[in-house]
Write a protein that binds this ligand. Structure first.
Ligand SMILES: Nc1ncnc2c1ncn2[C@@H]1O[C@H](COP(=O)(O)OP(=O)(O)O)[C@@H](O)[C@H]1O
Ligand SMILES: O=C(CO)[C@H](O)[C@H](O)COP(=O)(O)O
Length: 560
């Protein structure tokens, strides 16, 4: 530790805000030991069918959240984690948070979310738009067409495409579909920063989300002229709703307020670190702070983050940001918007009751059962190939109107066959990303796996075989929360920077899964087929997926 006056048993708290729940972990500053943890599931989860307050139905592709759920994590998971750790709260010197992104909160000047105002309780646009809210694709398409026409210099920094998940597409959707909400919102805030605002009482905007999700490059946002051409009423979007001084990752955002101290049971005045993103914060937790070390954070979705010493345009990447992961290096990001989510969809909607019954009887999850049943298969044995686009494609096609495919089904196809094909499809999706980075001059030399899905050993082996790369695995089961705690330690002055904190507090196990040569060969053949389908449906060979989306929208509109 840099500061020798800090108590040898001092701790920090990291809170990871995921899609479905928030997890708190108590970490010892000197060595990264995780002493206690607790999870709190959001009461409202993902709001994607009806508004909780009024029962109003939501259109397709919507995904909202309720801000009080995030505060509940502070009130419940943090004190429970402290209790689990069995430490005196006075030992805690800092708290850090990370969030899903781009998850956006429309707020008044004092940070009050608009959905908490009675006049907006029935307006879906007043709620938080979760990262996987994909209903702003038409706005994203227009942003991309115009940026291409105007040759906007920032477009290549995002692989040539701005996502419908990000701040501008979602903001334009609010303006065009709910001008009254747009007019009332005084800041358009990342949830990553909103939660820090709740902890410190002041608004700070982190450089990570501003760069990756807010098109902030080389010190500037897209110009007023560009915005006016999209929609004249959008011209002042940056100046009126978005712009705010940026804070670097690992900086101290402020001090814990008395109110937040009462929620969490932590000492008032301790350091609160600047907001961060769940994926990016995980890289130092896995000690992956050098060029070429790609971390795949595999959960409901997968994010791939990697630092690089050079700036390259990688087609279809989610973005490259100066110091976006660690200071001094270019931080690259790519992602797959559906991974665990796709397996969950299959289990919930497509698996016959007998499997659920069997899993229940054996006291295991349906995921574990299907994994076990398909584990003995040789690659290709099920005769299937799937496209992992049930939640659209975030990299490298950046198109959320794409959808899933399962090809090769026969009357003999069983649930475990399709499940395995879906596991493989997500591995092929990662392979496309890794190959694209390497081809663009940013070689991936090591893949480190983090996140909830690392517990599925079959899935891990499939990834090693499909990628023909040995897999390292993060040492912690709570990678993002640990990463947040490490940033809190830096903000509290315990370490000089995040690299020093990573060396002392992070952990990784190398070569846990290594490629099996005959599987590598078999998957090479299947990957060729995957790419064929990928390009056919995703690169203009056949736009049937987009047409189907349109027919669906038309049909639903006709019904209303
Ligand atoms: N044994 C398993 N194999 C594959 N996927 C699983 C398994 N168990 C749970 N899942 C999926 O993992 C996802 C949860 O991952 P997790 O990392 O805990 O969540 P989050 O992304 O919200 O942090 C869910 O989408 C779930 O369907
Ligand atoms: O895009 C992101 C980061 O840039 C999201 O935070 C991410 O995809 C959500 O992840 P999950 O719920 O799987 O943790």
């Amino acid at each position: 530790m840099t500061d020798k006056t800090i108590h040898p048993d001092a701790c920090v708290v990291g809170v990871d805000y995921g899609t479905l729940s928030g997890r708190a972990v108590v970490v010892r500053v000197r060595d990264g030991a995780e002493l206690g943890t607790a999870v709190h599931a959001y009461r409202h989860g993902v709001v994607d069918s009806v508004l909780p307050a009024t029962g109003k139905a939501l259109p397709p592709e919507w995904a909202l959240q309720v801000p009080s759920d995030y505060v509940d994590v502070l009130r419940t998971a943090v004190p429970q984690a402290i209790e689990d750790a069995g430490i005196a709260p006075e030992l805690v010197i800092g708290i850090g948070t990370d969030f899903t992104a781009c998850t956006m909160v429309p707020v008044k000047a004092d940070g009050t979310p608009l959905c908490e105002l009675p006049e907006f309780a029935d307006n879906p646009h007043a709620y938080i738009k979760l990262w996987r809210h994909h209903a702003a694709q038409p706005q994203a398409d227009r942003i991309n067409d115009l940026a291409r026409d105007r040759k906007e210099p920032w477009l290549p920094r995002y692989g040539g495409l701005i996502s419908s998940e990000w701040e501008f597409a979602k903001g334009l959707q609010v303006l065009e579909e709910a001008p009254e909400v747009y007019a009332a919102m005084e800041h358009w805030v990342e949830a990553a920063d909103w939660i820090v605002w709740q902890l410190t009482g002041q608004y700070t905007r982190n450089a990570c989300t501003a760069g990756y999700k807010g098109i902030h490059q080389d010190g500037a946002y897209p110009s007023e002229e560009f915005l006016a051409e999209l929609n004249p009423a959008f011209a002042k979007f940056v100046a009126d709703k978005l712009d705010h001084p940026l804070s670097a990752l690992g900086d101290r955002a402020g001090s814990l307020t008395a109110e937040a101290a009462a929620w969490t049971g932590l000492p008032e005045g301790i350091a609160v670190s600047v907001g961060n993103v769940d994926a990016h914060v995980t890289a130092p937790a896995a000690q992956a702070v050098e060029p070429g070390q790609m971390v795949a954070i595999m959960g409901t979705s997968t994010c791939h983050v990697m630092s690089g010493s050079v700036l390259r345009d990688v087609p279809g990447m989610c973005g490259v940001v100066d110091g976006g992961i660690v200071p001094g290096l270019w931080g690259y990001e790519a992602g797959q918007s559906g991974v665990g989510d796709i397996f969950a969809w299959f289990v919930k909607n497509q698996v016959p009751p007998a499997y659920h019954e069997q899993a229940r009887e054996r006291g295991i999850s349906v995921h574990e059962l299907l994994t076990e049943l398909s584990a003995g298969q040789a690659p290709g044995e099920h005769g299937l190939i799937a496209l992992d686009w049930h939640s659209g494609n975030r990299s490298v096609l950046v198109d959320h109107e794409l959808s899933g495919v399962i090809l090769g089904q026969t009357l003999a196809t069983k649930a475990e066959d399709v499940y395995r094909a879906l596991l493989e499809a997500t591995a092929f999706g990662t392979r496309v990303i890794v190959d694209t980075f390497t081809d663009a001059g940013v070689p991936v030399t090591e893949l480190v796996i983090a996140g909830g899905l690392m517990k599925n050993a079959l899935l891990m082996q499939i990834y090693a075989d499909v990628l023909d790369l040995p897999l390292s695995v993060i040492g912690s089961a709570q990678g993002p929360a640990l990463g947040s705690a490490m940033h809190a330690a830096v903000a509290a002055g315990a370490y000089e920077d995040i690299r020093a904190a990573a060396a002392a507090m992070g952990s990784v196990r190398r070569n846990v899964f290594t490629p099996i040569p005959e599987n590598v060969e078999a998957y090479e053949r299947l990957f060729v087929e995957y790419q064929e389908l990928h390009d056919h449906f995703g690169r203009g060979g056949n736009d049937v997926m987009r047409r189907l989306r349109k027919y669906r929208r038309d049909a639903l509109e006709g019904k209303n």
